[in-house]
Ligand binder design. Structure first.
Ligand SMILES: Nc1ncnc2c1ncn2[C@@H]1O[C@H](COP(=O)(O)OP(=O)(O)OP(=O)(O)O)[C@@H](O)[C@H]1O
Ligand SMILES: [Mg+2]
Length: 303
């Protein structure tokens, strides 16, 4: 059995009778890179704030390292690194000075500052005031701060917000290395599946406060299942014949779409159609992309 690092049970947050987060039960195993996905306003940040004890759930609970957060907050948060929405820093201080203020609170050795600066590749920029940093550098400094206390769990809320493709790539590579190199479990939120699909091993998809999917990337891919498209001479009547094989067959843009059948079933279906006098022009397999599936799940309009 893999060890559960983070678990929420029916986590709910209501603002003025509106549930921003509704009965969400997440679970993260040790070493997971868990992609927490959802469109704008879905409830990602609200969930993450509850995971970090920044706001109190209306109902439900958060368990981290096997203990309830509500009664073990300090012990738990000591072992968690986080970056929520935008990193906070003192602009007039240098990167090193900013990290130093956090280091004192966490009480870790000074050498740890050099280590985290190297991890996020800010060595060499550490003596510059942060107000002169680019967005990507500030974001990396935020991640450095999150790593300072050698966390076992890292919670990052849209850490690639506002970064260019090169910056996104760099942060993605950095996060990917975390479980292997540092034994860290990571929860990372995003509104883009494409951004996390090559990094995460598990995903949770939240829409309007509800968790609508939680499983491995492989299972998500399997859901992006194939369909069969049939072009025939008389689709209207062919649909009635096909209904015996797939009652949910639909007629769209002059072609018939049905759930994928086995080779044998397709053979029989085509023979049957021909027997009934139809000409079968084309039999195609249409595979939905992962992105299409994600947009179907969360509703393309809201993105
Ligand atoms: N303090 C608050 N008071 C009232 N409503 C709130 C509050 N915080 C969040 N909400 C509402 O809860 C819902 C979820 O917001 P949340 O910030 O968690 O979404 P999100 O998934 O992080 O979105 P984004 O991708 O834009 O960051 C939104 O409808 C938001 O307006
Ligand atoms: Mg958010």
């Amino acid at each position: 059995m893999s060890e559960i690092v983070l678990e929420t049970r029916q986590l709910t947050k209501t603002y003025k009778n509106r549930a921003a987060v509704n009965n969400v039960s997440l679970s993260l195993n040790k070493g997971d890179i868990y992609g927490f996905l959802g469109p704008n306003g879905a409830g990602k940040t609200t969930t993450i704030r509850m995971l970090l004890g920044l706001i109190r759930p209306t109902a439900g609970s958060v368990h981290v390292f096997g203990k309830p957060l509500a009664t073990n907050k300090l012990d738990i948060l000591r072992r968690v690194g986080s970056l929520v929405e935008y990193p906070s820093y003192y602009g007039h201080l240098t990167a090193r000075e900013n990290l130093e203020t956090i280091r004192r609170i966490l009480d870790v050795p000074v050498s740890r500052i050099d280590e985290v600066l190297a991890i996020v590749r800010l060595t060499g920029e550490e003596r510059r005031p942060v107000k002169g940093f680019s967005l990507g550098m500030k974001q990396r400094l935020g991640i450095a701060a999150a790593l300072l206390g050698n966390p076992e769990l890292l919670i990052l809320d849209e850490p690639t917000n506002g970064l260019d493709p090169a910056g996104i790539h760099e942060i993605r590579e950095l996060i990917k290395s975390m479980p292997k190199e540092f034994g860290v479990t990571v929860l990372i939120s995003s509104h883009l599946l494409s951004e996390i699909e090559h990094m995460a091993n598990r995903v949770g998809i939240i829409r309007e406060g509800q968790l609508i999917f939680q499983d491995s990337i492989e299972m998500l891919k399997r859901q992006a299942s194939s369909q069969l498209r049939l072009s025939v001479s008389d689709p209207e009547t062919a649909r009635l014949t096909i209904a015996r094989y797939d009652s949910r067959a639909v007629l769209e843009d002059g072609a018939l779409y049905l759930d994928l059948l086995s080779d044998e079933q397709i053979g029989r279906l085509v023979a049957h159609l021909v027997q009934e006098g139809h000409s079968v022009y084309r039999v195609e397999e249409i595979r939905k992309s992962l992105e299409d599936l994600f947009l179907d799940l969360v509703g393309g309009d809201s993105l």
